[in-house]
Design a protein around this ligand. Structure first.
Ligand code: TNX
Length: 504
């Protein structure tokens, strides 16, 4: 039992039955382990990653418990009542991101083959503690964790969220907060949609007007904003420390009004258009047959690749309605080469399958089964973001306030009841790299708007991406989600209290 936040009354620890995403296998037992003031975080294998996970766990548990929770690497410091982290690269049953959590009366052990696995194990541990553990100030406890064993590993390697920081800008602090929330649900990719017609959000040193001019607008005429290279690097390293890979997107050859407005010479007529603050799509294009276009693309890709240690670079490619189809294929081919030359795997929206894709390139499905199949036929793998299920900018119902409805409305249930391996005829599990939920931000002006659209639906996509399809059920999920509501509230997340869920 733990104390209720408001009343101080005793409430049960959440238990194994509330974890999201649902673990692969669990064996709860009667009783609980209690984390006490003398507990330590013991690290058995002192790799930098294991130590980092230990420090992050201690930092997470300190504010609400008020305990010191020292991280100890001293061999033989096996004090009872502690949490032990064990890296065991030999345990093949865990896969690269899997983990095992054993909660025994004498202490807790989290084991994994990799730092990432350990980190995901500690997120499960967090969810086994009362929701008050998420509070930023001291709470009474007690900090009980139900006894038992959880053995877990993900179904898909790619478990992502996309933030459109171009239509409305979100600063470094806000993006870090989103990373903190993603990892609680074991999401590991943050795709940043950095450029669009309405704004260019990343400083490129060789083309300085992109940020001095191209960043000053946003949908509806707001002030816009941009990341300096140092700020972008800070986001990348903050995410990376938490096992989240940042995937930067520069959208081309369409969605480029902010770039053309900064450098008129990138337009075929050489005339810089006015900045754009509406929400139409498909009206702008880079000038495909001008050689300077590729000098521009090369500079942008080079600078961004240097700032991004991850393997991927997203080049957009969607809705290029004002680019001639032949020109479009020519452009994708050249950009793909440029990305590869800078050591990156190209990701592009599924329209890019109209061009010829390298087998290591990745297509992101959002709307067209035919284009998704065309990508797969070329040997490319898919990130699944079907707009009717995974677009976080669709309204929950016609009556909820924020969002769009062009792909329909998406209830909490709709955002849970889908499967990436059966979503598109002719696309099967082995073609799918994973799942990504995009938040397009035409209507998203504030943190409250963001919280409303992203939560709780993101948790559904997190489970779709992590957990087996067999054994998932809405009835079971909505019960677990009700418990997560308390956790999100303790984290000050303004989630949408959809009437589909019996929130506590
Ligand atoms: C379609 S999805 C777009 C975006 C919009 C979004 C709004 C995609 C690849 N392109 O430009 O922001 O719809 O839901």
């Amino acid at each position: 039992m733990g104390a209720d936040l408001a009343t101080g009354a005793q409430v049960p620890s959440p238990g194994f039955a509330t974890v999201i995403p649902k673990p692969l296998a669990q064996a709860p037992e009667r009783g609980a382990f209690e984390l006490g003031a003398g507990a330590r975080i013991l690290v058995r294998s002192t790799t930098p990653e294991a130590l980092r996970v230990a420090r992050l766990l201690a930092a997470k548990l300190r504010p609400a418990t008020g305990y010191r929770l020292p991280v100890s690497t001293v061999p033989g410091d096996a004090r009872a009542g502690s949490v032990e982290l064990v890296l065991d690269p030999g345990d093949r049953t865990l896969g690269t991101e899997g983990y095992r959590v054993v909660v025994a009366p004498a202490g807790v052990t989290v084991s994994a083959r990799t730092g990432a696995g350990l980190f995901w194990g500690t997120q499960t541990l967090r969810q086994l503690l009362p929701a008050a553990i998420e509070a930023r100030a001291r709470r009474p406890g007690p900090w009980r964790i139900p006894l038992g064993v959880i053995h877990d590993r993900p179904r898909f390697a790619w478990r992502g969220l996309m933030l459109d920081v171009a239509r409305h800008f979100f600063g470094v602090g806000e993006v870090k907060r989103v990373v903190d929330l993603m990892v609680l649900y074991k999401l590991n990719r943050l795709h940043l949609h950095l450029t669009d017609d309405q704004g260019w959000r990343i400083a490129i040193r060789s083309w300085p007007r992109l940020s001095s001019h191209g960043s000053r607008t946003a949908v509806g005429g707001g002030p816009g904003g941009r990341y300096t290279q140092r700020e972008y690097a800070a986001i990348v390293s903050y995410a990376r420390e938490r096992f989240v890979e940042v995937v930067p997107e520069v959208d081309m050859p369409g969605h480029v009004n902010a770039a053309l407005s900064s450098y008129g010479r990138l337009a075929c007529d050489g005339v810089a258009p006015a900045p754009y603050t509406g929400i139409e799509v498909g009206f702008s294009s880079l000038c495909i047959r001008k050689e300077e276009t590729y000098a521009f693309v090369d500079d942008v890709v080079r600078e961004l690749s240097r700032l991004t240690p991850g393997a991927y670079l997203h080049v957009g490619g969607d809705e290029a309605h004002s680019t001639d189809p032949g020109d479009y294929a020519y452009f994708v081919d050249r950009v793909q080469r440029i990305a590869r030359r800078h050591g990156k795997r190209m990701i592009a929206w599924e329209e890019a399958s109209r061009a010829s894709l390298h087998r290591t390139s990745i297509a992101q499905h959002w709307q067209s089964p035919e284009l998704a199949r065309r990508a797969v036929a070329q040997g490319a793998r898919l990130i699944m973001s079907p707009a009717t299920k995974a677009y976080l900018d669709m309204k929950y119902t016609r009556r909820t306030p924020i969002g769009l409805t062009w792909a329909g409305t998406t209830s909490v249930r709709d955002a849970y009841e889908w499967d990436p391996a059966t979503q598109v005829d002719g696309v099967s599990e082995r073609d799918v790299l994973g799942v990504e939920a995009p938040l397009w931000s035409e209507t998203v002006e504030t943190r409250a708007h963001l919280d409303h659209l992203v939560f709780p639906r993101l948790l559904g996509h997190a489970e779709v991406a992590w957990s087996r399809a067999e054994g998932r059920s809405w009835t079971d999920y909505r019960r677990r989600l009700a418990a997560q509501g308390e956790r999100l509230a303790a984290l000050d997340v303004g989630y949408h209290r959809s009437p589909e869920i019996r929130w506590r």
